[in-house]
Structure formats: structure tokens, C-alpha cells
Write a protein that binds this ligand. Structure first.
Ligand code: FAD
Length: 328
């Protein structure tokens, strides 16, 4: 029987994040032909509603409020609970992002329901939804289902295929008002460490540097390669600890977990804690001058050599193949 599924979209810098569209596709998998309702929270965000509909939302609920301009747990929790109360959904889907990780367990407690986090695929077993999620730092996968109550899940970015964007798709947009009160903290300003560029957790291509880049400037050739491929730059903790780059770039067990289509590891040994953050990437290329480096065990393609020789050659060749005239 068709279900009503709420998809809590995420807005960053005035735009919907890619994971919101992926969550709509996941919502349809759970809805079984029922209704997928997108929820957009923010200040003056009604202009984004049609975008969500073009990606498959049947209907969108917008909550505009000055206290929702920047994410805070309390304000978002109050607003989302209000929407859940009005819509009475049988399913709720969020992105497994910093926001999703923060708010979803709190919502689950308030709703007295279970939560399956960090899912990478949804399969059907008859009428039942089976959620697949990596465990043990990506070394194994578990299959879970919710037996009763609301089907509540967060999806890992970059794993669930979005529906085709159809600009002709239409749907109802309702703007609701909420009463947000008793906030113990407000965000007065947001200062971003990295302005613009491709978001690491949603990037299709990541060029990552390790301690092998040897100094801050060692990231320059990696950035050039990433720009040619339209990707983002990441790093190992070794590179971050050495002060070659900011910790916001760290990938791994204590950094970001990424699953790009292509991960190029340059001067990274492949410690287990690093692999925990990238080993589920679709294609892994490793460049390392040590042929015994463990990174080669998970790499689909390995290049043994000096990254300062190989990366510029790759960049130059890719520029020719991809017809890139200038670096962005
Ligand atoms: P190294 O291990 O020093 O490797 C550098 C590599 O560069 C070597 O393989 C070398 O052969 C190669 N190299 C050197 N020069 C060149 C060159 N010119 N060209 C090509 N190759 C070259 N690490 C993470 O990355 N992410 C995490 O989230 C993380 N969390 C951790 C959590 C805990 C609790 C602990 C204990 C550790 C964690 N670590 C994490 C650290 C991890 O154990 C490793 O120390 C770290 O990943 C090593 O970084 P690295 O590969 O850049 O450096």
C-alpha cells in the first residue's frame, strides 16, 4: 500500500544540496507509489520548491522563519516536528550529512521510533523495505528493516541515483508558519573556511593528498588536477596533522566519509583509518612511490612513482582529452 514519505531537504548557500534530490528518489522507493512530500526549511526558501518537484517530489511544504536561516538543532527540530505532526507520514528520509546526523536521532526519540542511518541502497523484499548500510568501516554491509512504526532513515550522499530532472513536473507548494520558541542558542554569523568549490561529501571526483605532498604547495598540482576533472581536493590525516592543509579536508574514520565515482589518492599510504572514509569509492587510483604501500590493495589502478611527476602529466593529458583550455 502506498505510503506518505517526508523528505527533509537541505539548503546550503541558498541552494538545495544534491543529497536532497537523492533523498527524493529514496522516498519514492519507500513510498511504494504513495506520496513523496519534500520539506524545505529556511528563510525565504520558497523559490527552491519547484526544483524539488522537478526532481520528483509530489508536493512540497516550505517553512520560512528567521530562526531557520542557519541550522540550529532546536529550531529545526521544532519546525520538523510541526510538519510531521501536520503530515502524519509513514516514512521520513534525510541526508546522512552533518545536519542529518545531528537531527535524526533527536527526531527518532521524540517520535519514539527506530532509525536506520547511513544507508547506501534500498531493496524490496515483497512489501518490505530492506535498507543496506556499511558497517565496520565499510568492510561489510548489513541489511536492516523496520518492523513497525515510521520508516525513518538517513541516506549517505552520492549513493542513491536521483530521478531524472523533469521541468514539466508540477506539484502543490504550501507555505506553513511555525512558532519557534525557547531557543537556547542562535547562529548570528557563519564564517566558511573554504568558500565556493565543490563540496567534498558530494563530489563525483576527489583528488586527495597525504603526507607525501611534503608541504602546503604540494597540494597545488592536486588542485589543478581536481579542477580539470571538476572535482574536490581531500586529504589524509597525515597531511592535516603536518599542517599542509585544513582539517576540513580530512577523509577517514575521524574525517569525512566519501563515495565519489573516482578517488585519486596521491602520496597516501592507505592506513585503515583512511580507508574507512574512502574504500567504497567506485574507482580508486593510487599514486605512491612505495610499491608496497597498502593503498594499492584497495586501488583499481595503481601508479608507482613520484606524485610530483605523475600528477602534472595526468593533468596535462586530461586537459587534452577533455578539451580544457584554462584552469578554472
Ligand atoms: P603516511 O602514512 O606517512 O604515508 C605517506 C605516503 O606517501 C607513503 O606511502 C609514501 O610512500 C608516500 N610518498 C612520499 N613521497 C611521495 C611522492 N613524492 N610521491 C608519491 N608518494 C609519496 N588518517 C586518515 O587519513 N583519516 C582519518 O580519519 C584518520 N583517523 C584516525 C583515527 C585514529 C583513532 C587514529 C589512531 C589514526 C587516524 N588516522 C587517520 C591516521 C592514520 O593512522 C595514518 O597515520 C594516516 O592516514 C597517514 O597519513 P598518510 O597516508 O598521508 O601518511
Amino acid at each position: 500500500m502506498g505510503k506518505r514519505v517526508l523528505v527533509i531537504a537541505e539548503v546550503r548557500n541558498g541552494e538545495l544540496r544534491q543529497v536532497s534530490y537523492e533523498a527524493i528518489a529514496a522516498g519514492h522507493a519507500v513510498a511504494d507509489g504513495g506520496e513523496v512530500v519534500g520539506v524545505i526549511l529556511g528563510e525565504n526558501v520558497d523559490g527552491l520548491a519547484n526544483d524539488l518537484i522537478h526532481y520528483g517530489a509530489d508536493r512540497v511544504v516550505v517553512v520560512n522563519h528567521v530562526d531557520l536561516k542557519s541550522y540550529t538543532t532546536e529550531a529545526y527540530q521544532q519546525a520538523i516536528l510541526k510538519v510531521i505532526d501536520l503530515e502524519n507520514p509513514q516514512g521520513i528520509i534525510l541526508g546522512h550529512t552533518a545536519q542529518g546526523k545531528d537531527i535524526s536521532p533527536r527526531l527518532a526519540i521524540k517520535l519514539n521510533t527506530g532509525l536506520i542511518s547511513d544507508i547506501i541502497a534500498i531493496e524490496k523484499n515483497g512489501e518490505e523495505d530492506v535498507f543496506i548500510r556499511p558497517i565496520y568501516s565499510g568492510k561489510a554491509f548489513e541489511r536492516k528493516k523496520i518492523k513497525k512504526g515510521i520508516i525513518f532513515a538517513t541516506i549517505r550522499p552520492n549513493n542513491i541515483k536521483t530521478l531524472e530532472k523533469e521541468k514539466a513536473r508540477t506539484g502543490e507548494v504550501s507555505i506553513i508558519s511555525v512558532d519557534i520558541k525557547g531557543l537556547r542558542a542562535i547562529v548570528s554569523d557563519v564564517i566558511r573556511k573554504v568558500a565556493g568549490g565543490v563540496d567534498l561529501s558530494e563530489a563525483k571526483v576527489i583528488v586527495s593528498g597525504g603526507r607525501g605532498v611534503k608541504h602546503n604547495d604540494g597540494f597545488k598540482p592536486l588542485k589543478e588536477l581536481a579542477d580539470v576533472l571538476g572535482g574536490a581536493v581531500g586529504a589524509s590525516r597525515g597531511a592535516c596533522d603536518a599542517g599542509y592543509c585544513d582539517y576540513s579536508l580530512q577523509i577517514g574514520q575521524t574525517g569525512k566519509v566519501v563515495t565519489p565515482d573516482l578517488y585519486i589518492a596521491c602520496g597516501i599510504s592507505g592506513a585503515i583509518q583512511h580507508l574507512a572514509g574512502m574504500s567504497n569509492s567506485k574507482v580508486i587510483v593510487a599514486i605512491n612511490k612505495d610499491p608496497e604501500a597498502p593503498i594499492f590493495k584497495v586501488a583499481d589502478y595503481g601508479i608507482v612513482g613520484d606524485l610530483f611527476e605523475i600528477v602534472p602529466i595526468l593533468t596535462a593529458e586530461l586537459k587534452k582529452v577533455l578539451n580544457v583550455e584554462e584552469f578554472v
